[in-house]
Structure formats: structure tokens, C-alpha cells
Write a protein that binds this ligand. Structure first.
Ligand code: ADP
Ligand code: MG
Length: 273
């Protein structure tokens, strides 16, 4: 069962938009999906219409108070469930500082419920701290949203280094599944050049035995679409807010590509530890 972290230590690249709408698209395909919001900003939680507050138990209670994940699941629609975040989560870094095995908390909690889902997606915070390490220890795949501008590859090496260290030290099955271009402006020279550079980067990586040697950019690209930016303020995924938009079309294509890759065992690739 694929467990996927949506990760990039940069903010504003499309992580949350991808985590929410890819989850919703997979759910629309009939898959049972659990989305875990692991960002103290709680944007994915809000995007799905859940307003964080004292009466909403969150992933903070799981990581810092040992509340079982099963107790805080929020059904969103038929086959989509959410584990909400809250601002309290910002304190987790400090509260867990002295805890032995603090990177493995999410993994251990997830083992108890993961069997009930076809996909688990984790929306990560824009940092490489203890929360993100928990995501990387729990999943088998990383998907990196990238915005096609000239600095797209900049910062990627730091991220890949982190993935490699985690794969070596705490999670031998961790691989990079792929890169998804977000806010893509088709037909521009810039987008063409950057996508070519990224293609070449992963082409060269094939020769080495790294967690990203099998990774590639997804063929489905997410175009810049105002409906995707509007949907969060209505607390809805793109499929309820604007099902006929380009945004819905693109995330549907991404979900189908991902599901097809999973079905043919292209993704996730299990790498010997
Ligand atoms: P991150 O989670 O990486 O910080 P977000 O998914 O929150 O990034 O996206 C940053 C901003 O860009 C948000 O306001 C979001 O609504 C907007 N956005 C994301 N993807 C698109 C897109 N394809 N077209 C238009 N706006 C987008
Ligand atoms: Mg986000």
C-alpha cells in the first residue's frame, strides 16, 4: 500500500495543493485514502473545510500525547479521511527534543491503521525538522512538487541528501517516486528549459544506486489555474469546487498516472535496504 510524503523544504511550491487534490482525485477513483496534515500551518486541514481549534484533536495529540491515530480521523467524503493538524504542532519540535526514537512516532502509529487504506499521503511542512523526519521514516515514497523556475533544481540537492541519509539510517525502503511540476505555464521557454534540465538530472541519476535512481518527473503537469488557488477558501477540493477546471483535469491525470504506476509496480519501487 503506497504511503507517500509530499515534500519540498521550500514553501509555496504546491505541496498542500497537491496533497489535497491528489488525495481527493485518488478517492474519486474509488481508492481509500488517508491524508495526514503534518504542517503546523494546517493548510491542508483548512483546505478540506476542517477549522483547527481546541475541539479538533490533531496530529499533535498523536505525536506528543500518545492519542491513537484512529481516534482523530475525520471523514471528509466517502473514501477520503483526514488527520488534521493544528498550530500546537509547531511546539512538537521542542517538546519531543528529549524523546528517544522521536523520528519513528508517526511510523509506529500508522502501522496500526494503514491496513485500512489504499493510499496514505502526508502533507509536509516546509522544513527538514523532526516533523518531516517523521514523515520520511513512515512512508516509502517521496513526491516532490517543483515550480518550473530557474531555481527549481537549487535546494533539490539538500532535499535529496536528506532522503539519502534517512534511507540509509532509518528507513531502508524509502525512495523518491517522482517530481511533479506545479504552477506550470505550458509553452513558455522557461518551463521548457527547466523541465529539460530536471529530465536530464534524473536521467544522469539512473547510473547511481540512490533512493532517486528510479525517479522521474510525472508526465502529468499541473498548470497554473486560479480555481486551484480559490478552492481552499471554500474548504473544498478542486473536484467539488470546480470539477471542470484545468486544475481538476490535471490532478485527475496525476492520480491516474500514479495509480497506473502503482498497479504495474513501477511505483513504489522497493529498494533493498
Ligand atoms: P506549499 O504547500 O508548498 O506551501 P501551496 O500548495 O500552499 O504550497 O501553494 C502556494 C500557493 O499557490 C497557494 O496560494 C495555492 O493556492 C497556490 N497554487 C498552488 N498550485 C497552484 C496552481 N497550479 N495554480 C494556481 N495557484 C496555485
Ligand atoms: Mg503547504
Amino acid at each position: 500500500m503506497p504511503q507517500i510524503a509530499i515534500l519540498n523544504q521550500k514553501g509555496g511550491v504546491g505541496k498542500t495543493t497537491t496533497a489535497v487534490n491528489l488525495s481527493a482525485a485518488l478517492a474519486d477513483l474509488g481508492k481509500r485514502v488517508l491524508l495526514i496534515d503534518l504542517d503546523p500551518q494546517a493548510h491542508a486541514t483548512l483546505h478540506l473545510g476542517v477549522v483547527p481549534g481546541d475541539d479538533v484533536p490533531s496530529i499533535y495529540d498523536v505525536l506528543c500525547r500518545e492519542t491513537p491515530l484512529a481516534d482523530i480521523i475525520r471523514p471528509i467524503h466517502a473514501t477520503l479521511d483526514l488527520i488534521p493538524s493544528s498550530i500546537d504542532l509547531a511546539a512538537a519540535e521542542v517538546e519531543l527534543a528529549g524523546e528517544v526514537g522521536r523520528e519513528l512516532l508517526l511510523r509506529d502509529h500508522l502501522e496500526n491503521i494503514a491496513g485500512g487504506y489504499d493510499y496514505v499521503l502526508v502533507d509536509c511542512a516546509p522544513s527538514l525538522g523532526v516533523l518531516t523526519l517523521n514523515a520520511l521514516a513512515a512512508v516509502e515514497e517521496v513526491v516532490i512538487p517543483l515550480q518550473p523556475h530557474f531555481l527549481a533544481l537549487h535546494g533539490l540537492s539538500k532535499l535529496l541528501e536528506t532522503i539519502e541519509v534517512v534511507a540509509r539510517r532509518i528507513n531502508g525502503r524509502l525512495t523518491l517516486g517522482g517530481v511533479v511540476f506545479c504552477m506550470y505555464e505550458a509553452g513558455t521557454r522557461l518551463a521548457n528549459e527547466v523541465t529539460r534540465d530536471v529530465d536530464e538530472f534524473f536521467e544522469h541519476a539512473k547510473a547511481r544506486n540512490t533512493p532517486w535512481s528510479q525517479a522521474r518527473p510525472f508526465k502529468a503537469r499541473i498548470r497554473r489555474n486560479i480555481r486551484l488557488a480559490e478552492a481552499p477558501s471554500f474548504g473544498q477540493s478542486i473536484f467539488t469546487y470546480a470539477p471542470d477546471s484545468h486544475g481538476a483535469e490535471d490532478y485527475r491525470a496525476l492520480a491516474k498516472e500514479l495509480a497506473a504506476a502503482v498497479a504495474t509496480k513501477n511505483l513504489p519501487q522497493t529498494r533493498a535496504a
